[in-house]
Design a protein. Structure first.
Length: 96
């Protein structure tokens, strides 16, 4: 069974360092829908020091599916969106 995460990384003088991650569950369709809603872009830019990686973990081996870079305001909005989507998913799932 696959598990999906959104990993948050910060650009440092030593490269990118992970500072957190969101567990999105094992539903690929839901996980992809959340990642598609996130603000940012796929282009490499020196101005964007924050990165979000969409990770699939299969048999404890991580595979990077997609990546976007964003600024601090976008990261803030993305964190809010992920939390909101997770809340809706788990609470509405209980009703169905």
């Amino acid at each position: 069974m696959s598990r999906f995460y959104i990993k948050c990384t910060l650009k440092t003088i030593h490269g990118y360092e992970c500072f957190g991650q969101f567990y999105i569950g094992n539903d690929l369709e839901f996980a992809e829908s959340v990642f598609r809603k996130l603000k940012g872009n796929e282009e490499v830019s020196e101005n964007n020091i924050l990165q979000l990686d969409f990770i699939e973990s299969k048999q404890n081996l991580p595979v990077n599916l997609k990546m976007i870079r964003c600024n601090l305001d976008e990261m803030s909005e993305n964190s809010r969106l992920i939390t909101k989507e997770m809340f809706k998913y788990y609470n509405l799932q209980q009703l169905g």
